[in-house]
Design a protein around this ligand. Structure first.
Ligand code: ADP
Ligand SMILES: O=c1ccn([C@@H]2O[C@H](COP(=O)(O)O)[C@@H](O)[C@H]2O)c(=O)[nH]1
Length: 204
């Protein structure tokens, strides 16, 4: 059986990880997850002070390596993905093995931006959540989980996150096959995607 490759894009804190986890929990080891965020370059790659790195620009990720890994998974090979720390902005020494499976989910804010990557997806989902809701969720998450202060979140949001979203993320919504409103826990949309996955796993 060939793998069904699903791309889940959408703005920061729109609910991509929440949807991915729902699908992973529904199909367990039949689902492999790759996050574009694993492929962030190390902070040493950028020629600007740490606080000014633009993490929302398409060239801040090693997308070529993600494409290579995705092609290998598609061919049934195990890959060793990078590990990235949001707390230190570093790519760590360790690498994690990722096994191929019938369903491969790739998640990230910019994954539909790159044509070569986009063409690998059998199903493209854009999780759509209002900007104000996303900002509230991001403040909450980044303080609790990513070790950030309110001031750093505010500055980053205004300087890079918001303008990059408008320039690079928002236009990719129209490249998606499905746009999910109220992203994260939209039960009707989630059920439809689950049904599509079941059709792939159990064709008869
Ligand atoms: N429908 C929802 N209602 C309330 N909170 C949500 C919902 N979906 C996601 N969240 C919360 O918002 C934050 C960001 O969601 P997440 O799925 O991590 O977004 P993304 O992966 O797009 O950045 C998380 O703390 C998550 O628990
Ligand atoms: O070191 C980093 C790397 C990334 N970010 C921010 O993360 C989001 C993407 O993750 P989501 O889970 O989709 O929100 C992106 O907007 C980057 O700004 C970061 O702050 N630091």
């Amino acid at each position: 059986m060939s793998s069904l490759i699903i791309g889940i894009a959408g703005g920061t804190a729109s609910g991509k990880t929440t949807l991915t986890e729902i699908l992973k929990n529904s199909f367990k080891d039949k689902v492999t997850v790759l996050r574009h965020d694993y492929y962030y370059y190390d902070k040493s790659y950028f020629n600007v002070p740490e606080g000014q790195i633009n993490f929302d620009h398409p060239e801040s990720f090693e997308t070529g390596l993600l494409i290579e890994h995705l092609n290998k998974l598609k061919n049934g090979e195990v890959i060793y993905r990078p590990v990235y720390s949001y707390k230190t902005n570093e790519r760590l020494e360790e690498k994690k093995p990722v096994k191929p499976s019938p369903i491969i989910i790739v998640e990230g804010i910019l994954i539909f931006h790159y044509q070569e990557l986009r063409e690998l997806f059998d199903l493209k989902i854009f999780v759509d959540t209002d900007a104000d809701i996303r900002l509230i969720r991001r403040i909450d998450r980044d303080i609790k989980e990513r070790g950030r202060s309110f001031d750093s979140i505010k500055n980053q949001y205004l300087n890079t996150v918001k303008p990059m979203h408008q320039k690079y993320v928002e236009p990719t919504r129209y490249l998606a096959d499905i746009i999910i409103p109220h992203g994260g826990m939209n039960e009707i949309a989630n059920d439809l995607i689950i049904r599509k996955i079941k059709t792939h796993l159990y064709p008869d």
